[in-house]
Ligand binder design. Sequence first.
Ligand SMILES: C[S@@+](CC[C@H](N)C(=O)[O-])C[C@H]1O[C@@H](n2cnc3c(N)ncnc32)[C@H](O)[C@@H]1O
Length: 484
Amino acid sequence: MGSSVPDTTFQHVHASFCARGGRLLLKDGELYRGLSHEVTPLYERLFSEGTIDDLMQDGALVHTERTDESVEEFGLVVKHRLIPYVSYPYEWCSAALRYAALFFLDFNLRLLGKGLLCFDATPYNIVFEGTEPVYVDFESIRPWDSVNLTVWLADFQALFLRPLEMYQAGHERYVRLGMAEWRGWQRGVSPEDYVRLMDRHMARRMVSSAVSSVVSVASRLVPARLRGPARRVWGTIRSARSEPAPPRVPSRDELAKLLSDLRKKVEPLCPLPVLGWDYYRDLFAFPSLDDKTGWSAKQLAVSDAFERAAPRSVLDVGSNRGWYSQLAARRGARVIAWDRDDRLVSLLFNDAHKGKLDIQPLVMDLVWPTPAQGLGGVWQAAEERHRCDMVLCLALIHHLVHIEGMHFDRIVLGLSDLTDRWLLIEFVPYADPNLAQWPNLERRDWYTLEGLLTALEPQFSVLYTAVSDPRERTLIFAEKKHAS
Ligand SMILES: C[S@@+](CC[C@H](N)C(=O)[O-])C[C@H]1O[C@@H](n2cnc3c(N)ncnc32)[C@H](O)[C@@H]1O
């Protein structure tokens, strides 16, 4: 039986102000969506024909059920499973964006088989759970022939394809800025900026392929060898310059071919050059997570802390390749891993994905986490979205003090905002063999273990300390005084 609920029992989720066919609503901590009268008949049909069930079956579409709630301005109110730890595409590593692009194309191919399509082609309609993308913009599924394909394609290019190509070409910084701008007039990476930044890259590629051609045929100068690569490179530039407008409304089969062709373009993209990863492999030993015998004192101590506290969620800041994130996930925690190096985050993404571990690796600078955005801060700051039961801050404090110029009290306050209960932080003293080799290290007299313990005091009770690895380092396990 339908219960007639006055509108005031539902709170509007202001972040969903740009949705077209409805609105996100909150009631008693649960997430609902009001669908407009206009789209309700379509969704009634999709529910009754089993289309929604089918799309939800493998988790591709967020789990959603009909309700009997009645709110005047909506034709139908549905209830969604609430997905915790939301992140935005410019916080994703490049490997995650590539994976999301493939997921989105597959999802649309599946929809097209049912005569449907997503109304817009944007990664902002996808939320990651660990390394699994979930399509959450429930109301944007429409009959395929009602979708403006010119806009759809332009958005796919601006928000998936060009960003991935530019990651691959080393333009990470620009891509992240462009991706963060999607809400305004500019959306993602524009064709003009793509050409401006990629021309040089293309030209470099052309020069290097010309040089290698010349070298390889040094004895016999064969101009035809040069023509092939040059033609290919300029072809790419030309295609980037032209707007991706389909010449006419394509048939359903033509559209399916277009989506499959886009998939073929995305599939081989390796967003960031692999260069540099060996450096990190050598620097941080990655012993088997299954066999404790090869573990260091630090790894044993962190494992012990997980066993004592049994945190349901862990935020690993400065996660690097994520050995500790993976350990936490294997101990049953849901993990968010922050590091500012996309290569490392992508490496962890691929590891976590292969190992089916509940880790969401993100590119985030601890010193400058994403702030709240939009009028009234409707898009929450990273600190609010990613707060966990436990924060790990391992082998990072010397970076924060000596590179970022931060003081202990500021670091402690920041970490306290990120944890609901526990903090495991590692102190790296000047006697540490690695820190001792840092060039131009300016020593600060307050940078001592005692200094850090004193700074922790207003926010945390220290439960114990343990010897780390190298043994000059100390692990501090602390509990928040005013647990939230
Ligand atoms: C020495 S490693 C520590 C890795 C790991 N936590 C451990 O204990 O083995 C420091 C990591 O912190 C990252 N990092 C440095 N400054 C950072 C910052 N401001 N925000 C996020 N990550 C940072 C680096 O990219 C690097 O991967």
